[in-house]
Design a protein. Structure first.
Length: 83
């Protein structure tokens, strides 16, 4: 990651993954709410498939990013305690 100013530095991977987890969680919740608002208007069977795709996939990505960020933080702390 290139920076243009001397005080800027790349953020640790755990921080980046945590921010991405928050972003995808926000997208998933917004998608879920959108489907719950628009869904009753449609009243069709494919609503559940659309709901799963719109809210489920971002929530799974958010969970993966959060678990990865936690694992990286634990490994980082363990390495610094060992030194």
């Amino acid at each position: 990651m290139s920076t243009t100013q001397t005080y800027q530095y790349p953020k640790p991977l755990a921080v980046v993954l945590g921010k991405r987890a928050a972003l995808f969680l926000f997208i998933g919740v917004l998608g879920f709410l959108l489907v719950k608002i628009v869904g009753p208007v449609l009243q069709t069977g494919p609503e559940y498939v659309v709901e799963a795709a719109v809210s489920g996939i971002p929530l799974l990505i958010a969970a993966g990013c959060a678990v990865s960020a936690l694992a990286l933080a634990v490994v980082h702390r363990a390495r610094h305690k060992a030194v």
